[in-house]
Design a protein around this ligand. Structure first.
Ligand SMILES: Cc1ncc(C[n+]2csc(CCOP(=O)(O)OP(=O)(O)O)c2C)c(N)n1
Ligand SMILES: [Mg+2]
Length: 1076
């Protein structure tokens, strides 16, 4: 059945949107021109020639002139609404326009038969009516009947009568249409802009959107009706409701008065909805239905009592801590106590919808409360954290209590289903944990085969200032819909206490709301006044339902306040005097809600008091037990346990460094697959065919280059059931076009093949994924991914090594320190292309000095060389730093990473020119069973024949080795100068360095590096050499002079400085007479 009011709305919308109505299937810009001509232009127009639909479009028929007139009036409406209306409508409409022009068909909610072409809609209905007046809605019937009588038109007549209809009836008809149109746009105005006037601030002093401007198209006073050319007298007229609203419930018409009342109550009370920018009409409809339908926010008394009980816990927990430890920092939740029931609702609803595992990330505010009342960590363990006398039982330096993580499996009491909750430990650095949580969530989904995110989901809690201010939030949002990074939707909860430490939101952000960043991914944003617990709970329930229906992000903005200072020691009146005067007057939400429930008879005062007493008792008892504790176990705060990986005491099951070589037939098989296209009818680029032929040749001759060595490391681990994931910018091909892990069919669009996944039928899966152009977000993500399981090799590759510094926070706060702070192992691998190759100050240095400076092995302690020195050194270190000089070395260190009985982050400085260097090849002999990673590769040439006659022993690492060898050969110094490579720089191979130095007792010891002296490795190796040599022999420096920039931008300068330090390296008189 057609519906005239909606038809009018369609026409109106198409005009306002520049033709881009929700249900158009044609190019909107064109439609505006062509359809107008078709209706009213002198020759009937139609589509311009060449327009694809030209051939199929039916011959033009004309509606009667009275309808033509109405339609042309409708087109003029935006200009009549005035510039202000156009301005207000513009941003959204432009959005719609863009979307529609890309759309391929009408959205499901509007069947094309019903809503086919918007601006010709009235015309379509007219012809439908002509054919059968019963086929259209009765209002259309009477409308056309009247118009026909007035216009006395007969569409079968080719000529229209000259006479115009009577002015008065024409005006009446136009007015009817215009009033309906006005009501449509009024409804739409509320849907788009109602949130601007919603009462979101519990304090009633700030507008949540930082703007007191009231949109002129919201009926906040009766005179605003004039905006729509409506009058007070129209308030009691009935209007047809469009299908784009649900305010009518089962009613199809409502009086204007009731329409406004219902819109006000949906959009302008304690909930402010931002969703009309979403490009998917079905999703918009879903939200409209959830919030507009009358009576949706009704709670049973059982639900209200549960909510009250949860508020009691939230509030009394903070009160208890405040009573017991009044001068301790805890970043209490007071002012946003509702966050606890809010999170619990999200979890309950998600559990109801099938979620079994929720991974949370959150900052300081209210964290202890979440641990106690959401994750349900034992209260006594929380209270122990307040006892300064307790001794730490675990290794590591630990962390403050409001950064620790947690993992808990339990029964969800509402749904009676199992649920696993984990809160990821995080540093003080706000929002840094966001991508880490997403990575862990993705991994958990991957291991469970939960590709759609139906079992595992993430929840991120944010502060208002941090959410708006920290760029990593944006980076994380941009991962949310990428196939290899999506977690299929996250529920974001913002604790919007309208302050960031001492900074007012008006100084902290330029966007109206702190949540605007979420708009980039079309996430709906639900603002809610945190002093209305029922509104909060409803919003959270819808948010969880949204996530689990559409698998997209959603934001809940809890607009609240902060009752105390930034922490419990702070005086907020210094900087926010007026705000805090109001806060001191503010009745706590628990009291307000309890009063309400008592007044309405849902609970009695006595029941309420008993609930409080019960929880206070629970706290007191736990406090009593906590006082008996003598030892603090950080292991109790682990967010990602790895069952079965360690022994029952949490120690490695062995302390051996396994051999990393593999059988030759495995090497050969991987080499063959790496040089093939394992699927039929797949045409690869000819250049790539050449590369694959090269790999085949290498395999036949039992050699590998860098890329093939990497292939063999990954492939062999996959064979052993180890999942491998390589992520980073352009990693699939490799920045230097050497890897080619994804083959692209040259003739079929988007047809690809990953030969690594065709190695063995029962192998583990390999994921290689080009990331978004982010380092902070993506490295954080991969770190989180690596956190989920020890049985995976997870690698992040920087495009060039120096780009890692935009992810410095992840490196400093998580990777280098994670285990010390949170007793959590992580085996992430960073591949950082590094090397001075005349490419300028950027792209040259991966800044090895920074990683080495953060290595925790003691430069001054002479080590005890136990039998397991190599492995125990690895166990004790905070990370491993290597610079491999051969493909075999790279192969072994990758394999060792997974075969070790514990996990440590591994930093690998990877080469650029060595990728194709003819000398940088390894033989299968260096990779077969029985071989293993060599931390140091000693000199094996002529110098070893008579070591006592060697004049100089040069130690180096990485690519400079090849420059040194070439120079030595050109100077014919092979017998006088030995060259030894450090493949593992940290932990420092004291034992092997000692052995090497002792092998050449008469040699001068030189450290040679291509980096500038204040960079690279020198500052790290120098004191360690001193320690191991007992300060008896100097270690001389050869390399580039100190500098501010890591490399010169001038190629000639680069070559001159290279020559200069190579000359010094082989000038055997260079250090004569010098003291150290
Ligand atoms: C990246 C980063 N910069 C600065 C800080 C210092 N800092 C700690 S809390 C805070 C204010 C946070 O405000 P908001 O995000 O609104 O959270 P709230 O404390 O209000 O809950 C600041 C600036 C930090 N922890 N992290
Ligand atoms: Mg804040």
């Amino acid at each position: 059945m057609f519906d005239p009011v909606n038809a009018v709305f369609c026409v109106r919308e198409s005009l306002v949107n520049g033709g881009a109505s929700d249900f158009s299937v044609r190019s909107p810009a064109r439609r505006l021109q062509t359809d107008q001509a078709a209706f009213c232009g002198p020759g009937g127009g139609g589509f311009p020639s060449g327009f694809p639909e030209e051939r199929t479009f039916p011959p033009l028929r004309r509606p009667p002139p009275s309808l033509c007139l109405i339609m042309s009036q409708l087109r003029l409406l935006p200009s009549r609404l005035g510039a202000q209306a156009s301005r207000l409508l513009a941003p959204h409409d432009v959005h719609m326009f863009n979307w529609r022009s890309r759309s391929s068909g009408p959205p499901a909610t509007f069947p094309s038969g019903k809503r086919g072409g918007s601006s010709s809609y009235m015309e379509e209905m007219y012809f439908a009516w002509l054919e059968n007046p019963q086929s259209v809605h009765k209002s259309w019937d009477s409308f056309f009947r009247k118009a026909s009588e007035e216009g006395a038109c007969d569409p079968a007549q080719p000529r229209f009568p000259e006479s115009r209809p009577a002015v008065s009836s024409r005006t009446e008809t136009s007015k009817l249409v215009e009033d309906h149109l006005a009501v449509q746009s009024l409804i739409r105005a509320y849907q788009i802009r109602g949130h601007h006037v919603a009462q979101l601030d519990p304090l009633g002093i700030l507008d949540a959107d930082l703007d007191s401007f009231v949109p002129s198209d919201l009926i906040t006073t009766i005179d605003k009706l004039a905006f729509y050319d409506l009058r007070e007298a129209d308030l009691d007229k009935e209007f047809q409701l469009p299908t784009t609203t649900f305010i009518g419930g089962s009613e199809h018409t409502l009086s204007l008065r009731e329409i406004i009342r219902r819109l006000e109550s949906t959009y302008c009370q304690h909930i402010g909805l931002e969703f009309m920018f979403i490009n998917d009409v079905e999703q918009c409809q879903w939200i409209r239905q959830k919030f507009e339908t009358p009576g949706v926010m009704q709670f049973s008394s059982e639900e209200k009592r549960t909510l009250l009980a949860r508020l009691v816990r939230s509030m009394r927990f903070e009160d208890f801590l405040a009573r017991k430890w009044s001068s301790e920092k805890r970043f209490g939740l007071e002012g946003c106590e509702v966050m606890i029931p809010a999170l619990k609702t999200i979890i309950d609803k998600s559990s109801e919808m099938g979620i079994e595992n929720v991974i949370l990330g959150m900052p300081h505010r209210g964290r202890l409360n979440v641990l106690a009342n959401v994750i349900r960590k034992d209260l006594e363990q929380i209270f122990c954290q307040f006892d300064p006398k307790l001794e730490a039982a675990d290794e590591g330096s630990g962390d403050v209590k409001y950064h620790l993580g947690m993992y808990h499996e339990r029964i969800n009491r509402v749904t009676n289903r199992n649920i696993t909750l984990s809160l990821v430990a995080n540093p003080s650095h706000l929002e840094a944990v966001d991508p880490v949580v997403q990575g862990k969530t993705k991994a958990e989904q991957f291991y469970r085969g939960d590709a759609q995110g139906k079992k595992v989901m993430s929840v991120l809690v944010h502060g208002d200032a941090a959410f708006a201010g920290q760029g990593v939030v944006y980076e994380t949002f941009h991962l949310s819909d990428l196939p290899s990074y999506t977690t299929n939707g996250t529920v974001h909860v913002v604790v919007n206490n309208q302050i960031g430490f001492t900074t007012d939101p008006r100084m902290a952000r330029s966007s109206p709301y702190p949540t605007d960043v979420a708009r980039v991914v079309n996430a709906p944003i639900f603002h809610v006044n945190a002093d209305d617990p029922e509104a909060v709970i409803y919003v959270c329930s819808v948010a969880a339902e949204w996530r689990n229906t559409f698998n997209k992000d959603v934001v809940v903005d809890l607009v609240c306040y902060r009752r105390r200072g930034h922490n419990e020691m702070d005086e907020p009146m210094f900087t926010q005097p007026l705000m805090y005067k109001q806060i001191h007057r503010q009745v706590p939400v628990l009291k307000k809600y309890a009063d309400k429930l008592i007044a309405e008879g849902t609970v009695t005062l006595q029941e309420f008091e008993e609930e409080i007493a019960k929880y206070d008792r629970i706290c007191e008892e736990a406090y009593g037990r906590s006082k008996d504790k003598k030892i603090l176990h950080i292991k109790h705060w682990l967010d990602s346990p790895w069952p079965g990986f360690f022994n029952v005491d949490g120690e490695p099951k062995s302390m051996t460094c396994p051999a990393t070589g593999i059988p030759e037939d495995v090497l050969t098989h991987i080499g063959e697959v790496a040089s093939s296209v394992p699927v039929a009818d797949f045409k690869i680029h000819t250049g790539l065919s050449r590369i694959l032929r090269g790999r085949a040749d290498m395999t036949k001759t039992r050699t590998v280059d860098w890329a093939l060595a990497e292939y063999m490391a990954f492939g062999s681990l996959l064979k052993e059931g180890i999942h491998v994931r390589l992520s980073g910018q352009d990693v699939e091909r490799g920045t230097f076009s050497h890897r080619h892990h994804v083959l692209h069919d040259q003739e079929v669009d988007r047809r690809t093949c990953v030969p690594m996944n065709h190695l063995w039928p029962d192998q583990a899966p390999y994921t290689v994924c080009n990331s978004s152009l982010s380092e902070y977000g993506v490295l954080g993500f991969e770190l989180g991914y690596a956190m989920a399981s020890p049985n995976a090799l997870v690698l992040w590759e920087a495009q060039f090594g120096d780009f890692h510094n935009t992810a410095q926070c992840i490196i400093d706060q998580f990777i280098s320190t994670g285990q010390a702070k949170w007793v959590r192992h992580n085996g992430i691998v960073l591949l950082l292309p590094h090397g001075m190759e005349g490419m300028g100050p950027e792209h040259s240095s991966a800044r090895p000095e920074r990683f080495l400076q953060m290595s925790n092995d003691d430069s001054d302690a002479y080590p005890v060389f136990t039998e397991d020195f190599e492995v125990s050194q690895l166990y004790d270190c905070n990370w491993i730093v290597v610079n491999c000089s051969t493909p075999a070395s790279y192969f072994h260190v990758l394999r060792r990473q997974v075969l070790l009985p514990f996990r440590k982050p591994l930093i690998i400085f990877t080469p650029k020119s060595l990728l194709r260097h003819p000398e940088a090849k390894s033989s299968f002999d260096q990779m077969v069973s029985g071989t293993s990673f060599q931390r140091v590769i000693p000199e094996d040439g002529a110098a070893t024949q008579a070591p006592e006659r060697v004049r100089r022993l040069i130690f180096c690492t990485g690519k400079v080795y090849y420059d040194l060898v070439k120079e030595r050969s050109s100077q014919g110094l092979e017998e006088q100068v030995a060259i030894t490579r450090l493949e593992q720089i940290s932990p420092f191979p004291f034992d092997l360095i000692k052995r090497e130095a002792e092998k050449y007792p008469g040699a001068e010891l030189v450290w040679c590096q291509e980096e500038h002296k204040n960079m690279g490795y020198y500052d790290y190796i120098s004191p360690r050499f001193m320690t191991i040599l007992g300060r008896a022999r100097p270690i001389w420096y050869v390399g580039r002079d100190p500098a501010a920039a890591p490399a010169t931008g001038n190629r000639n300068t680069h070559l001159v400085s290279l020559k200069k330090f190579l000359d010094s390296a082989f000038n055997l008189q260079a250090f004569e007479g010098k003291t150290f």
